[in-house]
Ligand binder design. Structure first.
Ligand code: NAD
Length: 468
């Protein structure tokens, strides 16, 4: 076993352990330490013990620790990116980007300060909105973007004075463990810890009386369990859940330009991104051209080992997701879906060739549910109103896009889409100073921006009578 958990300032083995599977081959390539419930309780106790001292440092005192940590991530970029390619799958260039982006998010939040806000000040009263840390934060992570998604929690939670336990998804524990190894020599004991489980410690952590906040990113069904479990202690929580982003293409668009952007935003990380494009609404006048352009791009995709620089798409991350996507494909075929290309399992690992699908009803599972894989349904519309209605007619509300050569027209349509983010002529732009979160069953709470930092704090109103 080459990696250890960071608990209470020490790098420790797990009382349990488990295999880590390389999705490119489907075989185990390393063992990872795995915590039992005693180790989880030890981590919570250490986080609680460290929290007041960490909070007392103030923003200026905490900032250098985060900056040193970001520097350490940058210095370890290549090692982290290679391990990410092995455990997550996907092109090494994308993994390098993920590490760089995660380090820059830590650095960005290190520089932020939540200032007090004076609500009223006059001769007789001073009323101030103050924000203080909530306490112990547990970050529960999915496997699709283990580093960036963790950095969006770690940076804001730590700089606002909380201590953080990072619990990666069981199928991608290694890069998170590596962050713990880097953090050991940087943060005081208990400020940042890593805890690996096998999908079994969630209930303990989400109901633990000494955990103040659960910052969860994952699927909508698990998010609902987190909310239920957190209710017992009225914990604060952030839920970043599933999405079913619609791309609405308007009839004035340049088809080749839009096809490039839409294909990239649908197939990035083999479609395993919460805010990837998961369905396309195309006007009948452009539908054939757009579909052919997407099919050409799908056929040009090079599946393979992410360490090979020629690879443009990796495998599905784990067997369960691979089988889930194959199930979507089978049922989409039964629903009358016309697979113009792709949708085949291939190679020894969890690879599926990118698929472009037409002919499905609005109610079909592949249109309504989150496939989280490289299978893109194209829905043809005659009336733009119909496309807007369909885009909104889903339980999800994460993101979406309007594609047009008339950006003002796109902005007007965007105002009618019921999601947490709506892009126009770009998809996936997520600046760190802009809040991100889901509408409807895509989530509760926000990440990034000042609002995302505020979510890790408790609001206290200080109300003083000055002339008593
Ligand atoms: P998942 O819900 O299966 O697992 C997420 C995490 O929850 C894992 O760490 C898992 O161990 C843990 N977990 C499992 N059972 C638990 C329980 N009872 N209590 C607490 N935690 C528990 O999700 P996944 O399959 O790893 O990730 C894919 C999903 O994540 C997709 O739906 C995707 O859209 C979503 N996602 C959302 C965002 C976003 O920002 N909105 C970002 C990335 C992924």
């Amino acid at each position: 076993m080459s990696h250890k958990m960071l608990i209470g300032g020490a790098l420790v083995d797990g009382r349990l352990s488990m295999d880590v599977i390389d999705p490119t081959t489907g075989s185990a390539f390393q063992r990872a330490p795995r915590a039992d419930s005693d180790q989880a309780n030890e981590a919570v106790a250490a986080a609680k013990q460290a929290q007041r001292g960490w909070a007392a440092l103030g923003y200026a005192g905490r900032r250098p620790f985060l900056e040193k940590f970001a520097d350490a991530m940058d210095a370890a970029q290549e090692e982290l990116a290679e391990t990410l390619t092995r455990e997550r799958g996907g092109p090494i260039a994308d993994c390098r980007f993920e590490i760089t982006r995660a380090a820059s998010a830590i650095r960005f939040f290190a520089e932020q300060v939540l200032e007090d806000r004076v609500i009223r000040e006059n001769d007789s009263e001073l009323i101030v909105e103050q924000r203080y840390p909530q306490g112990v934060v547990v970050a529960i992570m999915p496997w699709n973007r283990p580093m960036t998604l963790l950095s969006f929690k770690l940076g804001p939670a730590l700089i606002t004075g909380n201590t953080v336990i990072a619990k990666p998804a069981p199928s991608t524990p290694l890069t998170t463990l590596m962050l713990g190894e880097l953090a050991k020599g940087i943060f005081p004991a208990g400020v940042f810890q890593t805890l690996v489980d096998n999908n079994d410690l969630g209930p303990l952590l989400t109901s633990h009386p000494d955990v103040a906040h659960i910052s969860f990113t994952g699927s909508t069904p698990t998010g609902k369990k987190v909310m239920q479990s957190a209710a017992g202690t009225l914990k604060r929580f952030t839920l970043e859940l599933g999405g079913n982003d619609a791309a609405i293409v308007l009839d004035d668009v340049d088809v080749d330009w839009a096809a490039d952007k839409i294909f990239a935003a649908a197939m990035i990380n083999a479609g395993q991104v919460c805010y990837a494009i998961k369905r396309v609404y195309a006007p009948r006048s452009l539908a054939d051209d757009l579909t052919s352009a997407l099919v050409r791009r799908a056929k040009a995709t090079i599946l393979g080992d992410g360490l090979d620089p020629a690879t443009t798409m990796g495998p599905l991350q784990n067997r369960m997701q691979f089988e889930k996507v194959l199930g979507f494909i089978e049922r989409a075929k039964a629903d009358g879906g016309n697979f113009l290309t792709g949708g085949e399992a291939t190679g020894e690992g969890y690879f599926i060739t990118p698929a472009i699908v037409t002919g499905l009803a609005a109610s079909a599972e592949l249109v309504q549910e989150e496939q989280f894989g490289p299978v893109l349904p194209i829905q043809i519309y005659d009336d733009l109103e119909e496309a807007i209605t369909h885009a909104n007619e889903t339980e999800f509300g994460l993101g979406g896009t309007i594609w047009t050569s008339d950006v003002r027209r796109g902005i007007a349509i965007a105002a009618r889409i019921e999601t947490g983010t709506i892009w126009v002529n770009q998809h996936m732009a997520l600046p760190l100073d802009v809040p991100f979160g889901g509408a409807k069953q895509s989530g509760i709470g926000l990440q990034n921006g000042i609002e995302g930092m505020q979510d890790f704090t408790q609001l206290r109103v200080m109300n003083a009578k000055l002339n008593a």
